[in-house]
Write a protein that binds this ligand. Sequence first.
Ligand SMILES: [Mn+2]
Length: 340
Amino acid sequence: MELERDASAPDLTPIVELLRSRDRFLLTGHVRPDGDCLGAECALFHVLAALGKKVAIVNPDPLSERYAFLLEMAPYSHWRADQPRGGTERFDVACVLDVATLDRTGPIAAQIREDRATTCVFDHHQPVAGPGFHFSYIDSKASATGVLIYRVAKALGIALPKAALEGVFISLTTDTGWFKYSNTDREAFHVAGELVAAGVDPSEIYNKLFQRFSPQYPPGIGIALRGMRYAAGGKIAICVIRPSELEAAGAELHETDDVLDILRSVAAVDVVLLFRELASGRVKISARSKGAVDVHALLHQFGGGGHRRAAGADIAGTLEAVTQRVVAAAVATVEGRPAS
Ligand SMILES: [Mn+2]
């Protein structure tokens, strides 16, 4: 059974025409690529390969080892500052996935501009003003970018190989938190049903992605939770992660979704803020909301964004200074007064 097309979904015709008519494609995504970004890239790679195109995936950051199986069949690399063109080959079209602005692709943005390549974005984040892509397929109602690529494959009548179907499944499960967040809609279950019918094994994928962490992972969660605190009368839960502290304890925390889930499980908590110190003198923020607070709007004032209930930002500054500023803004939002 086909799911009826949502009348408000954007028109795919120009995108299909672009993919059919051009020859050399670069696929890229955001810094520190997640399962949605990688899964969508994997699926689009196979769509373009089926059309006989020359395709390369080059991301701003290296692939985390646990996703390697996904891209075994696709030539994957990351930007290498020590190589000409960062190691990228010439391309006509840059497909940018799971990002709202070109700058989220880090150093690759400059190469795309220098090549004057045609740009095409596939995304489901809250749209931002003037992203400036030549072609765009943006549907902020879609649960994951991988779902958008699945729609593209359907529009082209391409039967995807198993690796690509697993890519779409990983996109979906990453961004819906395995079908528990508010973006989990009918299309998410419909597509998941088709993927499973075509041979995707959910428990096998869960095992590959989430049951292979190091023995140092649970102590990492312990360290992260040990320093947590509340603000705004318990409506905001705050967690601050310092790599030096993890290292001193011989602990690792490659994945923070479990920490976010635990903090969100507290009845009174509306907003979770997780701050992680990056080596570059920047701070990565992950924000989650149960719905009352728009965390996209909260982080947009700091140059970040994402979705209403899940957003992120990457801010220059010390961990202490960034935490203080963002928590102050969050408290002001939760208490319904302008930040001072
Ligand atoms: Mn996404």
